[in-house]
Write a protein that binds this ligand. Structure first.
Ligand code: ADP
Ligand code: MG
Length: 355
């Protein structure tokens, strides 16, 4: 069976602002119905890329194709797409109903029809019916988010673009809305293209993730691909609490870890690897009763521990490093702060990455 044609295709897409190349030769296919997230630090070109896809910015070079049709010069309001911004951009002096019906009103949809569609969307987004006449300023942050989503869905776009819609929302609500967004994606079957600076957020929601750095997409993969095989140190650091140890390959194939004054066994290494970083995720580092319990070990001092709900995180000072270890509560370390501890890992649980 033939591969399904991508709904959206970027071909060597570039955007320059004067001498600055904000988006640098990006080529990417987005599959119909997928939740694709672009992750990168501030200034990496995410918004510029999304604006070109939405028709709010003209590419300097390259093409945007929608179902194989070149749409570079199609204005935003003629594309079957809709943008949800960080600010949500609701009309504050209007009601929930007026906000959601805005695009329908612009297209001359009758009052009755608009209201029916609006109530249907409110139901889908679990906004109570009697919110129809409520001012959006009287809605909570989470409700405003749902109003913005309902408004984006009102015109039945094929693709929804999201520019960091959750970045200004506090942690607990954000976690809830991530789940809601993923459920909404499932319920609507539409294509979502989402941007965020949080890889953690991307992991929760996305089918695939693209990592952006200085205008380029440097790695594309499923959350699992990226989590288990980060391309380089930059991607590893984006994953949050991981251990990164600078290493060089010795003549015998062992890894010299100068900063820890140890040698470590190497996982399968990229061809030609000479130096870089060994990445060991916090859940793969473990406390040992004896050095022989793992392929590699370190001696350190337990500096602190942090309860994280079902898990406990430990910081162990070793050489120049503060090693991070995470365990399920039932596998917690039994001992005290300042204990001399032995910690270790197996090579198969580590990844070698370049700088
Ligand atoms: P991100 O969304 O990842 O934070 P942006 O796409 O907003 O990144 O910006 C990428 C780069 O392009 C930044 O250096 C930014 O200052 C620059 N930039 C964005 N928009 C403009 C513009 N309209 N004019 C000039 N420079 C811009
Ligand atoms: Mg941005």
């Amino acid at each position: 069976m033939a591969e399904p044609a991508p709904i959206l295709r970027m071909v060597d897409l570039t955007k320059q602002f004067g001498k600055l190349t904000a988006v640098d030769n990006v080529s990417l296919d987005i599959v119909d119905g997928e939740f694709f997230t672009i992750v990168g630090p501030s200034g990496s070109g995410k918004t510029t890329l999304l604006r070109m896809l939405a028709g709010l910015e003209k590419p300097t070079a390259g093409d945007v194709l929608l179902r194989e049709q070149r749409i570079n010069n199609v204005p935003a309001n003629k594309r079957p797409t809709c943008m949800v911004f960080q600010s949500l951009a609701l009309f504050n002096h209007r009601t929930v109903g007026q906000n959601i019906e805005f695009s329908l009103k612009m297209r001359g949809v009758s009052r009755l029809e608009r209201r029916a569609r609006c109530l249907e969307l409110m139901d889908m987004l679990r906004l109570p019916k009697d919110y129809y006449g409520k001012s959006v300023t009287k809605c909570s942050g989470g409700e405003q988010q749902r109003v913005a989503l309902a408004r984006a869905l009102a015109s039945d776009p094929d693709i929804l673009f999201f520019d960091e819609p959750l970045s200004a929302i506090d942690y607990r609500l954000r976690k809830l809305l991530e789940v809601e967004l993923k459920d909404l994606h499932r319920a609507t079957g539409k294509t979502f293209v989402y941007i965020t600076h949080s890889l953690e957020e991307a992991m929760v929601m996305s089918d695939r993730i693209g990592i952006m750095r200085e205008g380029s997409l440097i790695q594309i993969g499923t959350p699992n691909d990226i989590y288990t095989q980060p391309l380089n140190k930059f991607v590893s650091e984006f994953m949050g609490e991981v251990n990164l140890i600078e290493v060089r390959t010795g003549s015998d194939g062992m890894l010299d870890c100068d900063s820890l004054k140890i040698r470590a066994t190497s996982p399968t290494k990229p061809a030609g690897f000479t130096d870089g970083f060994l990445v060991i995720r916090s859940e793969f580092m473990r406390f040992l009763a004896a050095p022989s319990e793992a392929e590699n070990h370190l001696r350190g001092v337990l500096y602190n521990e942090y309860a994280l709900g079902s898990r406990v995180q430990y910081h162990v000072r070793a050489g120049e490093h503060m090693v991070v270890i995470e365990k399920l509560r039932e596998q917690a370390y039994r001992g005290s702060l300042n204990d001399d501890v032995i910690i270790g890992w197996d090579a198969k649980d580590s990844v070698l990455v370049s700088d």
